[in-house]
Design a protein around this ligand. Sequence first.
Ligand SMILES: [Mn+2]
Length: 325
Amino acid sequence: MISELDQFCGALKEHKSVLVMSHISPDADAAGSAAACSLALGALGIHAVLHLPDPLSESLLGILRGIPFCAAFPDEQFDAVLCVDTADKKRVSCARPDILDKGARSFNLDHHHSNGKWADCNYVRPEAPASAVLVHELFSSLQVPLDARAANLLYAGLLDDTGCFCFSNAGTEAFSCALALVSAGAVPQDIANMLYFSVPERIFRLRAYAAGALRCVLGGRVAVIRLPLAALKQCGAGPEDTEGLVDIARSVSGVIAAVLMRELEPGLWKLSLRSKSPELDVHQIASSFGGGGHKAAAGCRVQGSAEQVEEAVLAIVSAKLPAAR
Ligand SMILES: [Mn+2]
């Protein structure tokens, strides 16, 4: 029997030119996995262009060093588009999103629970700890040898999506993939240095602000951080600098659910939700606001004043909190 992955790869190989993209505000798994896909297709002689239009943090630019990509929409025709780590068609980051409806065959490779297999061809495995793991499988299905460059890109995605192998998705699949990537030449120390130990000063100002703004509610089991637009401005930081800030709330002892509320524009908030308990599914909470993600990490957008948004989300969180032990 031909596997879902082999079918996906077989269909992908039929194309001569492929535009490779990922999701809005890409993280290391999105950017690293998409970049590795472009290398795999290139190795097969397919013309693959990596398109990353969103602003990228210094860390991600470090991970992508030496990998060609374009921020502006490439002025050429593609017979296929490959979207990596993107649960929803509306979340594809593309300078010309109409390409998804213009006849090019669409491919969707992802590990989000909320992925509704929205493309013409889909390889979606929600139990995979990172899209990087799926791209690693794609290399073997396409019979493309994994070189150190691709291994480093994928290792960055795997490391980041498993919270440095700290989250509930850090199981045997994550570790066996890590072993394969390191065997193929990924250098964990280099990737950790780029992703976690090259933090610009403005981000420390932002972290200091976030730590100061932290409040523990609902008996200390939920931590909330509000990040209004003015705070970003005050720290000289941009939206791409807020990645990982929710971990300050998650790190507090006794906290089961962490909520980062970031103001996108007056009256509109982006919520990042994290759960430390297998009994609390934050994907469910995010979906009740039209968002999504994973059981332990999810996000959504909510309209209203800071007080209204916090009250609305805490009402749902408190209803779903597992009983205190
Ligand atoms: Mn991912």
